[in-house]
Write a new protein. Sequence first.
Length: 162
Amino acid sequence: MRFKELFEVGQTFENYIKTATENETERIPKNYSRIKLSEELIKEIKEIQGKVYILASGEMWCPDCQLNITVAKKLTEINDNIKLSIISMGRGRKYLMTLLNLEEFKIPTMVILDKNFNQIGLFLEQPKSVKKLEKNAENELSYLKGNYLTDTALELVHLIKG
């Protein structure tokens, strides 16, 4: 399968969260409410011209997916040109690993695609700013509390704009 076919068989964010347990579903509004974007960033998102597709592979049980795919959903609400489709981790592992030439598969994997479904960017698991942090309980808790959601939004916008 190619990116376009995967995007077309993927599900909406609303259907994706229906696959979650009650506890996982409760985290989505909490995470969503923690997405604090500056007026400047919102303006930048609104100015994105042309169709952009975000093909995400993830599972609702994964905290990284709960956080970062929710940010992708927020971008689609700010700009109608940005579309999101979510496929399972299994489908992602089966098809995206080959398409993206990945040695290991992390979720969420979010492929940024142009109007012709050509890859223009790739987001893997967490924003780069989080990956640079020292691995400790304090940083992990800060991340899980949504303190880096803006970093995810900035990274996704940077990938979209090239």
